[in-house]
Design a protein around this ligand. Structure first.
Ligand SMILES: [Zn+2]
Length: 114
C-alpha cells in the first residue's frame, strides 16, 4: 500500500493501514502565516489548525469580513439598476473574492485548538 492507494481500501485492515499515509504535519491555516502545526497522534483532543490564538482570531476576523463583503457585492449586483459596466466590475470583484475565500475555508467542522 502507498499514498497512491489512498481511497481504494476495501477492507477494515486496508483502511487501518492507510492511516500511516495521512499527513500529521502542516502549516498554520492562516494564509498570512507559515508556522508549523501538528496533529496530536498520541492522545485524543482538539486538533490544531492555527499556530496561535492570534492567528486563529485574525483568520476568523478576516474571513468574517470577506463573507460580509461578498453579501454586499451580491446585493448590489442583484439590484438590477446598475450601469452595465459597473455591474461587470462588481461581478469581476465577486469572482476575485470567491477565489480569495477558497483560501479561508470554514473551520467549524473540526474540533480545534491553537
Ligand atoms: Zn499562524
Amino acid at each position: 500500500m502507498s499514498i497512491y492507494s489512498l481511497g481504494t481500501a476495501r477492507t477494515v485492515q486496508q483502511l487501518l493501514e492507510a492511516r500511516r499515509y495521512y499527513p500529521t504535519e502542516s502549516v498554520c491555516l492562516s494564509p498570512f502565516c507559515i508556522e508549523p502545526i501538528t496533529y496530536p497522534t498520541h492522545h485524543a483532543g482538539r486538533r490544531q489548525l492555527f499556530c496561535s490564538p492570534r492567528c486563529r482570531l485574525k483568520y476568523r476576523d478576516y474571513r468574517n469580513r470577506l463573507t460580509a463583503e461578498r453579501s454586499h457585492l451580491i446585493d448590489q449586483i442583484n439590484t438590477g439598476c446598475l450601469p452595465r459596466l459597473t455591474k461587470i466590475a462588481l461581478e469581476q470583484q465577486l469572482s476575485l473574492l470567491d477565489w480569495t475565500l477558497v483560501h479561508f475555508p470554514p473551520t467549524n467542522w473540526v474540533k480545534q485548538s491553537d
